[in-house]
Design a protein around this ligand. Structure first.
Ligand SMILES: Cc1cc2nc3c(=O)[nH]c(=O)nc-3n(C[C@H](O)[C@H](O)[C@H](O)COP(=O)(O)OP(=O)(O)OC[C@H]3O[C@@H](n4cnc5c(N)ncnc54)[C@H](O)[C@@H]3O)c2cc1C
Length: 432
C-alpha cells in the first residue's frame, strides 16, 4: 500500500484545547510578535466546559462576573481578534515529541481531512471529565437515563431538552450542586442526593440551602447497591452505611457527578511522565512537562478545578514559553520531586525548583503549588517528609474535597530536604 506523505505545517506554539486555559494561553502568546501560534479545538465552538455551565464565571481572570456561556463567548471574541490561528472542529489525534532541539509533531483531523503540524512548543489544555458509571463499578442493569453532569448540561443548556422527570444525584462534590440547578431548570424533580461518606464533598451551606429550597433529602454515608430498570431507569437501590439497611428510590434519571479525571489521553505512548495520583502530566512550577518545550495547563493537570484558576494557569504557561523562547533555556534547573499519600489526592506541580521559592507565584489569588484532598477532612494535620526528616507540619480546621489549597513550600525546612529522595506529603491525623 502506498503511504501518503503529509507535509508538516510549521508553527512556533500549538495550543491544544480551546477552553479557558487554552484561550488564555493564546491571548498571552498573541502579545509576542515573534511567535506564530495556533489553537486546536475539537468542538465547533470555542469556550470549553463553561459553554454549558451556569453562573459565576470570570472573577479571578477577567475581574467580572459572567454566566458560563457569556464568559465562553467573551473569550471566543477576544482570541479571534488576535493573530493566533483558530482551528475549531479540529481534533488533535496524537502528538509525537521531537528529539532534543527538534520540533514536536501533531496530527490533526477536521472536515478538511488529516493534517500534520510541527511546532517548537506545545501547550496541552485538554481539560477533564467526570468518571462514568463503569469507572465507578456501579452494579445493576444498563438502562437509558444515566448521565454525567457534563452530558446533562449539554442536553439541557445547549440543546434545551428535558431528559426525564425524577432524578437521583450520585455524589456531593461542587458539581452535584450544578446538577441540581440544571435539573430544576429543565423542570426535573430532584428525588435525592447520595453521598457515600458521612461528610459532604462540598460546602455545607449551599448544599443545605438547595436541599431546603428544592425539597430533596441528602443521603450521607450511603452507597449505591444497584441501578434498577431494563429499557429505562426505574429506580436505584441504596445501602446505608451505619446499619447496612437497603432501600429503593423510584426515579427515571440518575446523574453520576464528580470524581473528575484529566483528559490526558494525548500523553499516552509519549515519553511525557504521567502522575499516577492526578493521571495528568507531571509538571514543574513553570508548567513544563518532563519533555522539553511541552507545557500543560488547566484541568488536564488534575481533574476539576475552577475555570478562572485554569485560565490563569494558561496565561502563566504562555508567559513561560515567551520567556524560554527568548532565552533558549531548554529546561528547568535543579528541582525536587514531591508526591502525596492518600487521602491527599494530589500536589501540582510535582516538581519544585527550590531557587524559585519566594520569587513568584505565591498568592491567595493563585495558590501554587496546590493540593487537593480526595474527601472532606475535619481537623487534619498534614506533614511533609524528606527521607527520615520531617520538614513541615500544619493543622487545618477543615479541608473540603476538590478545593484547591496552597501548599506553603516556603515554610518547609529546605536545609533538611534531600533532593534525591524528594518530599512526601501525608496526613498525620484526622478527627473522626
Ligand atoms: C461537568 C463539568 C462541570 C463543570 N462546572 C464548573 C463550574 O460550574 N464552574 C467552574 O469553575 N468549573 C467547572 N468545571 C471545571 C471546568 O473544567 C473548568 O471550569 C474549566 O472549563 C477548565 O478549563 P480548561 O481549559 O482546563 O478545560 P475545558 O474547559 O474542559 O476545555 C478543554 C477543551 O479541550 C478540547 N479538547 C480536548 N481534547 C482535545 C483534542 N485532542 N483536540 C482538540 N481539542 C481537544 C475540549 O473539546 C475542550 O473544549 C466543570 C467541569 C465539568 C467536566
Amino acid at each position: 500500500m502506498d503511504m501518503v506523505k503529509i507535509e508538516s505545517i510549521p508553527l512556533d506554539v500549538a495550543v491544544i484545547g480551546g477552553g479557558p486555559a487554552g484561550i488564555s494561553a493564546c491571548l498571552e502568546l498573541s502579545k509576542s510578535l515573534e511567535l506564530k501560534a495556533a489553537l486546536f479545538e475539537s468542538e465547533t465552538e470555542l469556550g470549553g466546559m463553561p459553554r454549558s455551565c451556569h453562573i459565576f464565571f470570570g472573577l479571578r481572570d477577567r475581574k467580572r462576573i459572567y454566566t458560563g456561556p457569556t464568559y465562553a463567548q467573551k473569550l471566543d471574541r477576544l482570541v479571534r481578534k488576535t493573530s493566533v490561528g483558530i482551528h475549531t472542529g479540529t481534533t488533535v489525534l496524537n502528538i509525537i515529541p521531537g528529539n532534543p532541539g527538534e520540533a514536536h509533531r501533531l496530527n490533526v483531523v477536521s472536515a478538511e481531512g488529516l493534517k500534520s503540524y510541527k511546532s517548537r512548543f506545545l501547550i496541552l489544555a485538554t481539560g477533564c471529565f467526570e468518571s462514568s458509571r463503569q469507572a465507578r463499578h456501579i452494579a445493576g442493569t444498563r438502562p437509558a437515563g444515566i448521565f454525567t453532569t457534563g452530558t446533562l448540561q449539554q442536553l439541557v443548556n445547549l440543546r434545551h431538552l428535558r431528559p426525564g422527570k425524577r432524578a437521583v444525584i450520585i455524589g456531593s462534590e461542587h458539581v452535584a450542586l450544578s446538577s441540581v440547578l440544571t435539573l430544576r431548570r429543565a423542570g426535573v424533580s430532584v428525588i435525592g442526593m447520595v453521598e457515600e461518606y458521612p461528610e459532604l464533598q462540598t460546602y455545607n451551606f449551599p448544599a443545605d440551602a438547595m436541599k431546603r429550597f428544592f425539597g430533596f433529602p441528602i443521603y450521607r454515608d450511603t452507597s449505591v447497591k444497584a441501578i434498577l430498570g431494563n429499557d429505562r431507569v426505574k429506580g436505584i437501590e441504596l445501602i446505608r452505611g451505619k446499619d447496612q439497611k437497603a432501600f429503593q428510590l423510584a426515579c427515571d434519571m440518575i446523574i453520576i457527578t464528580g470524581r473528575f479525571r484529566p483528559d490526558s489521553s494525548l500523553i499516552e505512548n509519549t515519553p511525557i511522565e504521567q502522575d499516577l495520583s492526578t493521571l495528568g502530566p507531571v509538571i514543574d512550577m513553570s508548567f513544563r512537562t518532563t519533555v522539553p518545550n511541552i507545557f500543560a495547563a488547566g484541568n488536564v493537570l488534575r481533574g476539576a478545578d475552577m475555570h478562572d484558576l485554569c485560565a490563569l494557569e494558561g496565561k502563566l504557561a504562555a508567559q513561560n514559553i515567551i520567556r524560554v523562547s527568548k532565552s533558549n533555556e531548554a529546561d528547568a534547573g535543579q528541582f525536587v520531586s514531591i508526591s502525596v499519600k492518600r487521602p491527599i489526592r494530589y500536589v501540582v506541580p510535582q516538581k519544585i525548583e527550590p531557587n524559585q521559592i519566594g520569587k513568584r507565584l505565591f498568592s491567595k489569588l493563585f495558590p501554587w503549588p496546590a493540593i487537593q484532598v480526595e474527601r472532606t477532612l475535619k481537623k487534619p494535620v498534614l506533614e511533609a517528609w524528606s527521607g527520615k526528616d520531617k520538614i513541615w507540619e500544619a493543622s487545618f480546621l477543615k479541608l473540603i474535597a476538590n478545593n484547591r489549597y496552597p501548599l506553603p513550600v516556603d515554610k518547609f525546612d529546605w536545609n533538611r530536604v534531600d533532593l534525591k529522595q524528594g518530599i512526601i506529603l501525608k496526613v498525620k491525623s484526622i478527627k473522626r
